[in-house]
Write a protein that binds this ligand. Structure first.
Ligand code: ZN
Length: 425
């Protein structure tokens, strides 16, 4: 994952343009990607797809004529969607077009102006402070013209009428944890999930420019998405060394919220669960009132909460293969736990079955409850709550056992015809 991230890192991504094109075609070498192209000017709900933006070069020349800032060194140096400029100007005027952050004086801040014609350079405050008075020349060779917005999807069809959505965004230039870590995790997760058999749900992976790309995706699928999406997760900020964080979907007691809460409690991460808020990433669109999909956000350190966020310090050293792997395992556990969740009913619900008859009980009786071995305890829990109403995640929460362990016990009890799964759509 870190190797792919390293390759994608330098591309000049934005919400449109060649950086997005290159990113999608590189992902397409890993997994099958279906691209959707939306023309500039297309109206999607209250939004209009902007002109396509590309940059050839962007430089600031100092009073002595030497190059002092060069976009080729780091694409964060130029504000995304900066319009073309070729002008001389005094320092005072240049400073009106410089964005810097006094609180992180040595970092390049990330900035964009997608919907308003403007230009700016994003520079470390410590660098700007030292600029001498004089005449500067700014040359930005960029284009904003009729083009397209592109997003990609990868799909695993398990012949279900319900789909799990894994959403990542491909609009951030050279930053590693925000945006790209989620992209490479989604690619790897796709590979893992496509190897598994007998899954209940289809899996749809979205690689779209944040906000406007997701709005295009939702607009295109507006008639079917509410019916088809079982739940979803926004994958971003999954490569740093921080603790996991889960931001709930908008419906507090949705199944995905309950399942991730169960997993977090087991791992001692109870205090890392956040309620939904309409601020953040693409969950803002998924959880808008018209859709209100069960989409949560599963990250390590959350966006906005780590000091390197939206600066050039969110770089290749800030993320590691080990952290990406931890996140991949967490995502896989969530997906499989959700797959495992279902309701059971006892075939004959009066009293306990005589488990010995089914070779499900140890042969010597006696001993207290504490001596019952773990699997036997799990059988008792599953049998008792096979009431047709309680789902397995609830049993897991009540008993403290892992849902995946309870599922294998339930499978065995089903094979012995003691319980049956309640099917509902
Ligand atoms: Zn961001």
């Amino acid at each position: 994952m870190h190797d792919l991230l390293t390759e994608l890192f330098p591309y000049n991504r934005s919400i449109t343009g060649d950086g997005v094109r290159k990113t999608l075609s590189r992902i397409g070498q890993e997994i099958p990607i279906l691209e959707t192209r939306v023309k500039s000017g297309t109206e999607v709900f209250d939004w209009t797809v902007p002109l396509e933006w590309n940059v050839k070069s962007a430089k600031i020349y100092g009073p002595d004529g030497s190059t002092i800032v060069d976009f080729d060194h780091n694409n964060l140096l130029l504000m995304s969607y900066s319009i073309a400029v070729d002008e001389f100007m005094p320092l005072e005027r240049l400073k009106e077009h410089i964005i810097s952050d006094q609180t992180r004086p040595d970092s390049i801040p990330y900035s964009t102006s997608y919907y308003k014609d403007a230009w700016a350079f994003c520079l470390p405050f410590s660098f700007v402070e030292k600029l001498p008075e004089g005449e500067y020349r700014v040359v930005i060779d960029s284009t904003k013209e009729q083009g397209e917005l592109i997003y990609g999807e990868a799909y695993i069809d398990n012949q279900s009428n319900k789909t799990v959505l894994i959403s990542s965004y491909i609009c951030h230039p050279s930053m590693a944890n925000d945006s790209l870590s989620g992209v490479v995790l989604a690619v790897e997760l796709f590979k893992e999930i496509s190897r598994l058999k007998n899954l209940k749900y289809n899996y749809r992976f979205l690689f779209a420019p944040e906000t406007i790309g997701t709005i295009c995706f939702l607009h295109k699928n507006r008639k079917t998405i509410k019916q088809s999406v079982e739940y979803g997760l926004v994958a971003t900020c999954v490569g740093d060394a921080g603790q996991f964080t889960y931001k709930k979907s908008r419906t507090p007691n949705s199944d995905i919220n309950r399942i991730i809460e169960h997993i977090f409690v087991q791992k001692g991460l109870n205090d890392r669960i956040r309620n939904f808020s309409p601020l953040g990433s693409d969950e803002r669109q998924y959880c808008s009132p018209g859709f209100n999909l069960d989409v949560g956000v599963l990250t390590k350190s959350t966006y906005g909460q780590f000091p390197e966020y939206h600066t050039n310090e969110d770089n290749l050293d800030f993320v590691s293969e080990a952290s990406l792997r931890e996140s991949l395992n967490m995502y896989t556990q969530v997906l499989l736990s959700y797959e495992a969740n279902c309701r059971y009913a006892r075939i004959q619900p009066y009293c306990e079955p005589q488990l010995g008859k089914y070779h499900l009980y140890r042969t010597t009786g006696g001993g207290g409850e504490d001596n019952l071995d773990t699997i036997l305890q799990q059988r008792m829990w599953v049998l008792n709550y096979a009431d047709g109403e309680t789902d397995l995640i609830k049993v897991a929460t009540l008993s403290g056992f892992d849902i995946l362990d309870l599922k294998s016990v339930a499978d065995e009890l089903s094979r012995k015809n003691l319980i049956e799964e309640i099917k509902y759509d």
